[in-house]
Design a protein around this ligand. Sequence first.
Ligand SMILES: Cc1cc2nc3c(=O)[nH]c(=O)nc-3n(C[C@H](O)[C@H](O)[C@H](O)COP(=O)(O)OP(=O)(O)OC[C@H]3O[C@@H](n4cnc5c(N)ncnc54)[C@H](O)[C@@H]3O)c2cc1C
Length: 383
Amino acid sequence: MRQRIAVAGAGPAGLTFARVLHRHGHPVTVLERDPAPDARPLGGTLDLHVRMGQRALDKAGLLPEFEALARPEGEAMRILDVHGSVLRDWQPRPGDPAHPEIDRGQLRDLLLGPLDVQWGRGVTEVVPGGADGALVRFADGRQETFDLVVGADGSWSRVRPALSPATPYYTGVTYVETSLDDIDHRHPDLARLVGDGSMAAYGANRALVAQRNSGGHVKVYAQFRAPLDWHENPPPHLGPATAVDLDDAEAVRSAMLALFDGWAEPLLDLLRHGTAFFHRPLHVLPAPHTWPHVPGVTLLGDAAHLMPPLGVGANLAMLEGAELAEAVAAAAPGALDEAVRAFEEQMQARAGKWAEMTMAGLDRLVSPDPADALALFDELQPS
Ligand SMILES: Cc1cc2nc3c(=O)[nH]c(=O)nc-3n(C[C@H](O)[C@H](O)[C@H](O)COP(=O)(O)OP(=O)(O)OC[C@H]3O[C@@H](n4cnc5c(N)ncnc54)[C@H](O)[C@@H]3O)c2cc1C
């Protein structure tokens, strides 16, 4: 008899898991809290690495479709100082498939394909160890049991407490995200500033990063070190003189312009022309995040190892999703639990290393000395 498998979360981890399992002919129930695929903006572009995200897509049989959508030119990276002088202007080599970019919405649609996601089914709790399997409780009061429940429900996972008491903690760095639409026509000067891929300017304990998505859409991230409640009690060195209402776009814009006061005008224009502003304090899980194996439940992606956003999280999430799906599909009858346990050991060791590296990277990117960020770029980027 087929094992009853459920995955909570239709993000990169959960959808890759479900899609690879589907490819192996194994039924899987996908439970997603969002009421519909287009219920909220999904966030900025993702670069998918050959050995991680692209490998996962290969296991799902989706590499050709990905290549048709991906933007290799999006790998371009320009670094400026706060006066607007270009310090580095890196372009990918033609035909180099190392880290092409794709919009999150395009990736989600690619992975969704034939999957039958149950939208609007938020999981509130998982109780392992029942005679009929792991019990899943839903926000609408219903409940259901499965042989394996995979928590791919992101940073604030509701599945994680079944396995581990760990909760995310604040890194000390906050992103405020805004965006510009149709940049090539509406703001051609800014389009040239950003280039084909990303642009970053680093100052002391703050940075401005702009990333091109498809269709002339650009996401801008104001990144800075601050207490979590900076908007309620702004410290004197931070810029805004009074409390900032995060629901008031003009108040947030003014606060960001004060925070980056003195930077080159074109850089400030990225904030002046931004539309809505989203507050994204960066949280992480303690690393390495491990837990004693519990039959019937496991975790993938950010639910398992939330780390700073330095271009790895979605890649790892997808690779893990594909690997777990293959392990489940290959497990002999009665051997599902051993397969999951082996997967967890490998995942936890690998993710722990990445979590430490990305945390160290964040310290250098948003650092008292902007030279730290430039040095990190020079270490990582092939010349
Ligand atoms: C600004 C920024 C830039 C980034 N850039 C990159 C990048 O370039 N490359 C990269 O690899 N990574 C990047 N990341 C990290 C990446 O976004 C995450 O690591 C990745 O999305 C994790 O995927 P996931 O599927 O584990 O979780 P998520 O993407 O968070 O998906 C979780 C899903 O679960 C659903 N869900 C939540 N709670 C429940 C519930 N209770 N019940 C059911 N469903 C639920 C959510 O609605 C969501 O659909 C970036 C992150 C940020 C913040």
